[in-house]
Design a protein around this ligand. Structure first.
Ligand code: NCD
Length: 314
């Protein structure tokens, strides 16, 4: 099976086989990341540009490292020092970059739908690195890959997504992914942070956090997205931590082989206590490492074509 799309915009609408293809490709990429010399010639001569209209540490550097490990050239446009500040339109900015010969544009934007608009207007590949409150598809891929490494399967798992689902593109991409793969998703959080109609995506809402934790194979904790919130959605950070924060006491009720995940950046002491973040249940650092791996897989599938030539990697 080969990847057949120019772009990678969302998890919604992918097939199980397409997700599995990315995960299988990522397995061979992990082997490259574990080498002392992490460089293969697969994307030599290709150029990848990151364009981020929102802050990012891990997603941006993860894409850039993934591209570099595959020998692609990378450029990174910081909106705060680009001509966007002089009033240039989004389309003019990206058309300018495309005219210079980039092969893929990785975009993060605070408005939902921007990657779709760009994909329609550009001949190069467009990858969504997070669009508003809509989707963050590569985050879901790295989460799925991390679970696969630990649990050796992707179906019939119970995933509990806890916290600020309302503002979370990560939650939406994860919900789509886990439903496509045949696992069960429960969401839990303050009712003011659970978006109306989310049940239509096939998830169960349960406000009893202890019950949700007890059943879960995976506890997926979301950051409280204070920058996206209007005031008044819950009384205080202390109260949030008291009611929904994942603490060692709460974790005692969970299964012994439960995995604790968080997309980062974490607010320690708010949605997750430091003890839990650094506990043996936590796979948060593995998620970060696997972010590079799935992004290598995706860049390879989108730009590399053909099959991986075993001999060129040794
Ligand atoms: C997420 C994002 O930006 O959507 N972070 C990330 O990319 N790992 C989640 C968040 O900001 O809480």
């Amino acid at each position: 099976m080969v990847w057949k799309y120019k772009d990678f915009l969302c998890i919604e609408g992918l097939t199980k086989e397409e997700i599995e293809l990315i995960i299988e490709t990522a397995i061979s990429m992990k082997e490259i990341l574990n080498r002392t010399i992490k460089k293969v010639p697969t994307l030599r001569g290709r150029t990848i540009c990151t364009l981020f209209y929102e802050p990012s540490t891990r997603t941006r550097s993860s894409f850039e490292l993934a591209a570099k490990y595959l020998s692609a050239d990378t450029i990174s446009i910081s909106v705060s020092v680009s001509s966007v500040q002089k009033g240039e339109s989004l389309l003019d900015t990206v058309k300018t970059l495309e005219a210079m010969g980039i092969d893929a544009l990785i975009v993060r934007h605070n408005s939902s739908g921007v990657p779709y608009f760009l994909a329609k207007n550009l001949t190069c590949s467009v990858i969504n690195a997070g669009d508003g409150m809509h989707e963050h598809p590569t985050q879901a891929l790295l989460d799925v890959f991390t679970v696969f490494e630990k649990k050796k399967r992707l179906d019939n798992l119970k995933i509990a997504i806890i916290g600020d689902v309302m503002h979370s593109r990560v939650a939406r991409s994860n919900i789509y992914a886990w439903k496509i793969l045949g696992s069960e998703v429960k969401i839990c959080g303050p009712s003011t942070l659970i978006p109306p109609g989310i049940e239509d995506l096939g998830v169960e809402i349960n406000y009893d956090i202890d019950k949700v934790l007890e059943d879960a194979d995976i506890i997926y904790i979301l950051r409280l997205q204070l920058e996206r919130q209007k005031k008044g959605l819950f009384p205080s950070l202390r109260e949030y931590h008291f009611l929904f924060g994942i603490t060692p006491e709460r974790l005692k009720k969970a299964k012994p082989d439960v995995l604790v995940m968080h997309p980062g950046p974490m607010n320690r002491g708010v949605e997750i206590s430091s003890e839990v973040a650094d506990s043996i249940y936590s796979v948060i650092n593995e998620q970060v490492r696997n972010g590079v791996v799935v992004r290598m897989a995706l860049l390879y599938l989108l730009l590399g074509g053909g099959r991986i030539d075993e001999t060129s990697y040794s």
